[in-house]
Design a protein. Structure first.
Length: 299
C-alpha cells in the first residue's frame, strides 16, 4: 500500500484540485493545457508536473483569468503570477495546494519553504488553524478515496509534528504562569492520531499553563499515578479510532470514573469523533469539545 504514487488518474486530479473531471477534459480538448499519456485501455494518466500546473491554472482562473488566455501564457510564468496575486484566505487555499504538492512529491523543501513564507505574516497558531487543519481534513478524504497512500499521509503528518515540536520547545522555555492546575495529555490504548493532542499541549504551554505530555497508548491504570502527585488535574484525550464503538466508549468511561474521577478536583476533557458517546447529562467533571478553539476559548 505504501508504493509511491507518481502518476494520477483524472479522478485523482479532481480530488486533489477540486476541479471537476468534466472541466479538466474540456480544458484539455479545447486549450491543450495538459498532455496526459493514455493506457492501452484509453485511461488518462498524469504526472506530478501536470498536477502542479493544474493547481496554478485553477488559482488564476479563480481570480478571473480566462482559461483561453491562461493557455497562451508561458508555462514557466504561471507560478510567479500566482504568487503575485495571492492574499488573505485565497492565499491559504494556495498554500494548502503547495502542501499537497509537497506531499505527493515527498518534497520536504517545498513544505519548509511554504511554511517559512507563512511565518512572515502569521503566528504558528494561525498557520495551524488556517492551513494545517484544513490540509489534514483534505488528506483524510484523499486517503479514503485512494488518491494518496499511507506513505503520503505519514510523510506530511510527521512534518507537521516536527513544526509543533519546534514551537513547543520554545514554549517550554517559558515559566508557567498558572501553577494551580496541571494538564495531563494522553491517548488511550490503540489510539495513534496525535497531532491534535500535540497542538493542544503547545497552546496550553504558550498560554502559561503547566502540562505533562504522555503521548500515545496510555493505559488508564497508569494515569492514576498522577493523582498521587498533583492535587488538581485536568486529563485531556482524543477518541478518534479507539475506543471504537459506543459500547467500548461506555466501558472505557466507567473505568475512567472509577480510576481517575474519584477526586472532586480531577477533570476530563474529551476531543475526537467518538467523544460525543462519552458524556451524560448532569456530569460536571467531564466535558467534550468539538474543536480545539472551543477549548482554548475557555482558558
Amino acid at each position: 500500500m505504501n508504493k509511491i504514487k507518481s502518476t494520477f488518474t483524472i479522478r485523482d486530479l479532481e480530488n486533489l484540485t477540486g476541479i471537476k473531471a468534466h472541466t479538466i477534459r474540456i480544458w484539455e480538448k479545447r486549450y491543450n493545457v495538459l498532455q496526459p499519456v493514455r493506457t492501452e485501455t484509453n485511461v488518462r494518466l498524469y504526472d506530478t508536473h501536470s498536477l502542479q500546473k493544474l493547481l496554478n491554472i485553477n488559482t488564476l482562473n479563480t481570480f478571473g483569468y480566462k482559461i483561453s488566455n491562461i493557455a497562451k501564457m508561458p508555462e514557466d510564468k504561471l507560478p510567479a503570477m500566482v504568487k503575485e496575486i495571492l492574499s488573505g484566505k485565497t492565499e491559504n487555499n494556495h498554500v494548502i495546494s503547495n502542501f499537497k504538492l509537497a506531499m505527493v512529491n515527498f518534497d520536504q523543501h517545498l513544505f519548509t519553504d511554504t511554511y517559512n513564507s507563512l511565518l512572515k505574516s502569521k503566528t504558528f497558531s494561525d498557520i495551524f488553524y488556517d492551513c494545517f487543519l484544513p490540509l489534514l481534513r483534505e488528506i483524510g478524504e484523499l486517503w479514503q478515496t485512494e488518491t494518496i497512500t499511507p506513505a503520503h499521509e505519514h510523510f506530511i503528518s510527521c512534518l507537521i509534528k516536527q513544526k509543533i515540536a519546534v514551537n513547543t520547545e520554545v514554549a517550554l522555555a517559558k515559566k508557567a504562569e498558572y501553577s494551580g492546575r496541571v494538564y495531563v495529555l494522553y491517548l488511550p490504548e490503540g489510539e495513534v492520531h496525535e497531532i491534535g493532542l500535540l497542538f493542544i499541549n503547545y497552546e496550553l504551554l504558550a498560554r502559561g499553563y503547566q502540562t505533562i505530555y504522555l503521548g500515545e497508548s496510555i493505559p488508564v491504570q497508569s494515569l492514576n499515578d498522577l493523582n498521587a502527585h498533583f492535587d488538581s488535574i485536568t486529563f485531556i484525550t482524543y477518541f478518534t479510532v479507539e475506543p471504537s464503538s459506543g459500547e467500548a466508549v461506555g466501558r472505557y468511561m466507567d473505568t475512567i470514573k472509577e480510576t481517575l474521577l474519584n477526586q472532586d478536583a480531577t477533570e476530563l476533557m474529551l476531543f475526537g469523533r467518538n467523544a460525543h458517546n462519552a458524556t451524560k447529562s448532569g456530569e460536571t467533571q467531564i466535558k467534550t469539545f468539538i474543536n480545539i478553539k472551543d477549548f482554548t476559548n475557555t482558558l
